[in-house]
Design a protein around this ligand. Structure first.
Ligand SMILES: [Zn+2]
Length: 488
């Protein structure tokens, strides 16, 4: 029985012409190899970047890797590597993924780079200059796996539910950021959609969290966190000195990882980068549902404190699960996107991520389903249409000069995948019903077929860039070769 495919999805429907647009993914934590959930975020952001560029927007698309933190330090040690060698090795796989998945990013920021360290320190200094950073004793339960303090109410039988490990009790002087000062302002910004959260259910969740926001711990002593960005001049702070002697403070993830959205921008100095940020007409962050609160709360607080522009949108995708369980290295159920690309091609993976996986909410992954979708929609529908049309055009003996595409790419209309698939189905049906392969077929029908297929290829460009190019090439050579050969 043919399963009902999700034809209601409208990824591109909210894409509007906007001028200068900054698009970001979250930076991937390089503690393990890339998994399919990260490929989903890349594909979603890439689609927006390509669609906006197609509408003549000036897009800057930033992605990269989060390379600091205790977990990287510990895993490097386990593997007998220096932390830098370890993050170099793992970051390279994420870079590879962006290339293999045809991601059109303009920059790939790495937070272990000297440039990022310098910008993060200068950003910290700006927060400190406004009086929003102060030292205070912190005590709490800390899960090494989460790299975060956890609340006892979130534990299951005293264990972190994500890592099945008991958190450590931690007590130390570190720096805090005055997030509480901004919570009412942030609440209003989210509530009024000044910073718009997609989907709307995530907006309600975020509003509930903001109400309880308190000042947030922003650093760790270097013995807790030996791998990261040093807090500028923390050794001179008398209160920190008193408590920990000369042990310096390292930035906790917030002012390190979140600042990648500035450090990854064009320019050398922080002023140039900040100026680039400030002159964007629209800023769109793509994030997973587990880090919405960091973006929709802490990052907004940091931007308010420094007087910078706020993001226009935060788009929140769900998790990809396997048999209902979260995909994670510790569960041994990872799905390697690089392997799928090798096996089925970049566009088959992009298609599954953009057409079958819902834009929001969780969704289950199975290779069996992936292969079904590949055969039914890519091989039987798109592949078959391209193959039979190009064969007919080639055999028609109409001179090549008669074939011209009338596609208007000055002002292209973005079509959704369901819309494009409807055209593919209709064209396939029309070829069969009108028996276009028969010799008495009027020549103008063949020319029309050429134009229709050309238009489909153009609409597909933002979703399946390699396939679109391949169809256009075959339409110029009249040499059909299967674009999605059936798999058995
Ligand atoms: Zn944990």
């Amino acid at each position: 029985m043919e399963k009902k495919f999700n034809m209601e999805k409208k990824h591109t429907e909210s894409i509007k012409n906007s001028g200068k647009v900054l698009i970001t993914t979250s930076i991937a934590y390089v503690n393990s190899a890339p998994h399919i959930g990260y490929a989903l975020e890349l594909a979603q952001a890439d689609l927006f970047a390509r669609a906006l560029r197609a509408q003549r927007d000036k897009v800057y698309f930033l992605t990269g890797t989060d390379e600091n933190g205790l977990k990287n330090y510990q895993t490097a040690k386990e593997q007998n590597l220096s932390p830098q060698d370890f993050v170099d090795k793992n970051s390279a796989q994420f870079l590879q993924l962006t290339q293999d998945l045809e991601i059109s990013n303009d920059n790939f920021i790495r937070t272990s780079s000297d440039d990022h360290h310098r910008i993060a320190q200068e950003f910290w200094q700006k927060l400190s200059d406004t009086g929003d950073i102060y030292p205070k004793e912190y005590q709490g339960l800390y899960c090494v796996g989460c790299e975060a303090f956890v609340l006892s109410r979130d534990l299951v039988d005293g264990h972190c539910p994500h890592h099945q490990k008991a958190p450590e009790k931690v007590k130390e002087i570190n720096y805090f950021f005055r997030l509480g000062k901004y919570k009412n302002q942030i609440y209003e910004l989210i509530k009024s959609d000044a910073v718009k959260i997609f989907p709307v259910e995530k907006k309600s969740e975020l509003l509930n969290i903001i109400k309880d926001a308190e000042d947030v711990s922003f650093s760790r002593s270097s013995d807790k966190l030996p791998w990261g960005v040093a807090v500028p001049a923390s050794q001179e702070d008398s209160k920190v000195k008193e408590f920990k002697g000369s042990i310096k403070q390292i930035m906790y993830v917030w002012c390190d990882a979140l600042v990648n959205y500035i450090s990854g921008l064009p320019g050398k100095s922080i002023d140039e980068k900040v100026n680039f940020w400030q002159t964007q007409d629209k800023i769109i962050h793509f994030v997973g549902k587990d880090i919405l609160r960091f973006h929709g709360l802490i990052w907004l607080g940091m931007l308010l404190s420094t007087g910078l522009k706020l993001p226009s949108e935060i788009r929140v995708h769900g998790f990809i699960t396997q048999k209902g369980q979260k995909i994670s290295k510790s569960f041994g159920n990872t799905v390697d996107p690089l392997e799928y690309i090798k096996k089925y091609g970049a566009d088959a993976v992009r298609f599954y991520l953009l057409h079958i996986i819902p834009e929001y909410g969780d969704s289950d992954w199975s290779e069996e389903r992936f292969r079904e979708v590949y055969n039914s929609l890519l091989a039987n529908e798109l592949g078959n249409l391209a193959q039979r049309s190009i064969t007919l055009i080639g055999k028609s003996q109409i001179p090549k000069s008669k074939f011209q595409n009338n596609y208007n790419n000055q002002n292209p209309k973005i079509q959704t995948l369901p819309q494009i698939w409807l055209q593919i189905k209709q064209l396939n049906a029309q070829i069969s019903e009108e028996k276009i392969w028969e010799s008495q077929t009027p020549k103008n029908k063949i020319v029309q077929l050429y134009q229709d297929l050309y238009a489909i290829a153009d609409s597909l460009t933002i979703y399946l860039p390699q396939t679109a190019q391949e169809i256009r090439t075959q339409l110029s050579t009249f040499a059909p070769t299967p674009i999605f050969p059936r798999i058995n």
